[in-house]
Design a protein around this ligand. Structure first.
Ligand SMILES: Cc1cc2nc3c(=O)[nH]c(=O)nc-3n(C[C@H](O)[C@H](O)[C@H](O)COP(=O)(O)O)c2cc1C
Length: 394
């Protein structure tokens, strides 16, 4: 990057909101604490730190062995005033009219802050743990029917019956309504089926962090599918990273290499080809290169077999903020950042990263030009960064 173009790319999102995943106890990938429990003091502190740090949303993840995401989302709603709980919801676990009712209840209890992230299920064995034996393509077909039924349950003014491929009921409604009309629906997944449903129906389509050019073509793909479905409002784009920050790029690299050793020691049991396309893609990127673009690092994906969000952004707060802006320039408007040192990182990002991104976006709004952050904090576009990245490795 020798010259810096101050014009704002046509693909850039004019605004960005921040998400973090909620952790229920202090166990981390750096230092796992064997416990399945909720540490309420910790959880309270964590979600309040998100609120104080200026995050906009928090994801309550779902797995067959995790806490229930509706219950934790409801707690987030009561422990905070402003951040929006995103409930991860698998259609096989909750009948659609009941899902609509639970979400509307959460939305009323939080005065309009509920969001739902529909998970179709990326792993057959995990789905079977709760009695779901549909193959993945059918699971996405079920998601499609589910999304239609959620929206209809929220808005239909009179009782209605339904006889679909996956669900059947008589004379439901009018259902319990959301606080103000509807609730944003996000879809996650990277298979062709995920794109088809997400493009046609999602308010938000979510990704794990990928190289910029790859993400750009994935955004084009989902937006084209949305246009093909006749939509004029395109899905918002959510992208997820695991940043590793320190005062300087060099110090961040030292930390990154310490972290990856710990994560590898704790997670080496994960092997074999993952069934979900998102993880397969992350592993492909990791096999091709450790480093991409300004600051994207894939070693953390490689050592965890890309189970869950695993690609990192490494550098000073300025470098990582500039890297996030690179993704905003590609059209991302929801940025999920969650660290390896979960609570401390949430606080640090709120203090040091979010304000830089917001300052740049405010600058763009008032001047119509890009500011200097991306020009001055080059990360991997400057030679010494690559040296830090490899020098401290041995
Ligand atoms: C941002 C994001 C968050 C996700 N959260 C969860 C989760 O909480 N629980 C889960 O089982 N899957 C989660 N997933 C996985 C997917 O939603 C999806 O079920 C899986 O990737 C489907 O496989 P596919 O990529 O082959 O379509 C998440 C995915 C993304 C992109």
């Amino acid at each position: 990057m020798t010259t810096f173009d101050t014009s704002i790319p046509p693909t850039a999102s004019p605004e960005a909101e921040f998400i973090s995943l909620s952790h229920l106890n202090p166990s981390t990938e750096l230092e796992p604490i064997p416990s399945r429990g909720i540490d309420l003091t910790y959880f309270r502190r964590y979600v309040r730190s998100l609120e104080e740090g200026g995050y906009d949303y928090t994801l309550l993840p779902y797995g067959s062995g995790t806490a229930d995401s509706f219950v934790t989302a409801s707690a987030v709603g009561q422990l905070t005033e402003r951040i929006k709980p995103i409930v991860a919801l698998r259609p096989n676990t909750t009948f659609p009219t009941v899902g609509a009712q639970k979400l509307a209840t959460l939305d009323q209890l939080t005065e309009g802050r509920a969001v739902v992230h529909i998970i179709s299920g990326g792993n057959d064995a995990e789905q079977a743990r709760q009695g779901d034996y549909l193959p993945k393509a059918k699971r996405y077909a079920r998601t499609s029917e589910y999304v239609d039924l959620l929206r209809r349950s929220w808005t239909e003014p009179a009782p209605f019956s339904h006889d679909g491929e996956f669900y059947k009921f008589d004379e439901f409604g009018p259902g319990f309504a959301p606080y103000a009309g509807s609730i944003p629906i996000s879809i996650g997944g990277q298979s062709d089926e995920a794109f088809a449903v997400g493009g046609a129906k999602a308010d938000i389509f979510s990704f794990w962090g990928e190289p910029l050019a790859d993400l750009r073509s994935e955004i084009d793909r989902v937006h084209q599918l949305a246009r093909d479905a006749g939509r004029t409002t395109l899905p918002r784009i959510w992208v997820t990273f695991r940043p590793i920050i320190a005062q300087t790029d060099e110090l961040a690299w030292r930390k990154a290499h310490e972290y990856v050793k710990l994560v590898e020691a704790n997670f080496s049991r994960y092997t074999g080809k993952p069934q979900n396309v998102g993880s397969q893609r992350a592993l492909d990127f990791a096999n091709r290169s450790d480093l991409y673009d300004r600051a994207l690092w894939t070693r953390t994906a490689a050592v965890t077999n890309a189970a869950g969000a695993s690609t990192a952004l490494v550098g000073s707060p300025e470098t990582v903020a500039a890297a996030i802006l690179d993704y905003i320039d590609q059209g991302a408007s929801l940025v999920s950042i969650r660290g390896y040192d979960t609570l401390a990182d949430a606080v640090d990002y709120g203090r040091y990263v979010l304000p830089l991104v917001r300052q740049e976006l405010a600058h763009r709004k008032t001047t119509g030009q890009r500011g200097r952050l991306q020009a001055e904090h080059l990360g991997n576009y400057a030679p010494e960064y690559g040296e830090f990245a490899t020098a401290v490795r041995s």
